[in-house]
Unconditional design. Structure first.
Length: 319
């Protein structure tokens, strides 16, 4: 005789099992929609939002303004990322790095993902318009449209410079957050835009060097797919130097603390980039992911320096 489960035949056991299954199903679906937003990418974008607001205020802005800008920015970035997943579903299906995304695993249908992305975009615009101002709301929509129409649909599959120009969408949080505080776009916001813009190629090309076979299989002409490693690392050096130079352009709007720390962080970033290039030139084994991780930390530290300098009301250096 087969063993009998302790709950077998007990009243309500089937209902409990159904409830548990239903709960897991709901969590799985919610998790799939969150995954469509690419939260790890959003985290990186939001690292720049609060420091830019602190610099615009030269102090601590309203908590409600910060929360509204963060939420609106999260929804805008999530909208762009979800729409990107819909358009790039065929690419994601053949790349090891992206094969677990919801549309590839069929946990979300393309139609539902499209609706989700559009609703997020509309909600982002409405929230920023109501809680901040029209300029921040319009800039958020512009960032979504640029990422989806220009980067994803036009550049990504056609040019090795895709990430250079397409990365402009990822620079928008600093401009949006500045606009949310001031209602304008000041020159420090444009400098911060330039920092993130120039930082994006070395950051992403380091990742693409690691996964170049993935991109080649998907037919995406990322620079490491179509160029030699030495050429890629040389371009990384150039953009890394320009990035550090851009951070120094922000010194007149900040104080001595930012100036001191951004120079130190910049040296660390440049040394890492040069080590990668030197290793490739010598033909020794290199790990481009070291630069990828350093670049993440570098950008975070630069903007933390902006935030601390601004929050402490340190004297502006000026020239």
């Amino acid at each position: 005789m087969p063993p009998v489960s302790p709950t077998q035949g007990m009243p309500g056991s089937t209902a409990v099992d159904a409830t548990t299954t239903s709960g897991r199903s709901v969590r799985a679906v919610l998790g799939a929609y969150v995954a469509l937003m690419k939260p790890r990418v959003i985290e990186l974008l939001l690292v720049t939002t609060i420091p830019a607001m602190l610099l615009a205020q030269r102090g601590i802005p309203s908590v409600w303004l910060v929360l509204a800008t963060l939420l609106g920015g999260t929804m805008a970035a999530g909208s762009a990322n979800a729409l990107n997943c819909v358009i790039d579903a065929d690419i994601d299906a053949v790349m090891k790095r992206t094969k677990a995304r919801p549309l590839v695993r069929h946990t979300v249908t393309p139609r539902n993902a499209l609706i989700f992305g559009l609703v997020l975009g509309v909600a982002s615009f409405a929230l920023l318009l109501l809680m901040t101002n029209w300029l921040a709301a319009v800039l958020a929509v512009a960032a979504i449209l640029f990422y989806v129409l220009v980067y994803t649909m036009l550049l990504k599959r056609r040019t090795s410079q895709n990430i250079v120009w397409g990365g402009a969408a990822g620079c928008m949080p600093v401009v949006i957050s500045w606009a949310a505080v001031t209602g304008t776009v000041g020159w420090p916001a444009l400098v911060m835009f330039g920092v993130v813009f120039c930082w994006t190629p070395p950051h992403f090309w380091a990742l693409a060097m690691k996964f170049k076979d993935d991109y080649a299989r998907a037919g995406v002409p990322m620079l490491p797919v179509v160029a030699t490693q030495e050429r890629v690392s040389r371009q990384i050096i150039v953009y890394s130097w320009v990035t550090v130079a851009c951070t120094l352009l922000l010194v007149p709007a900040t104080g001595w603390l930012y100036a001191a720390f951004t120079i130190a962080f910049g040296c660390w970033f440049l040394i890492t980039a040069h080590r990668l290039h030197s290793g490739i030139k010598r033909g020794t084994r290199t790990n481009p992911m070291t630069l990828f991780h350093v670049s993440n930390t570098y950008l975070m530290l630069v903007f933390v320096a902006v935030a601390v300098d601004s929050a402490l009301h340190l004297p502006v250096i000026g020239f």
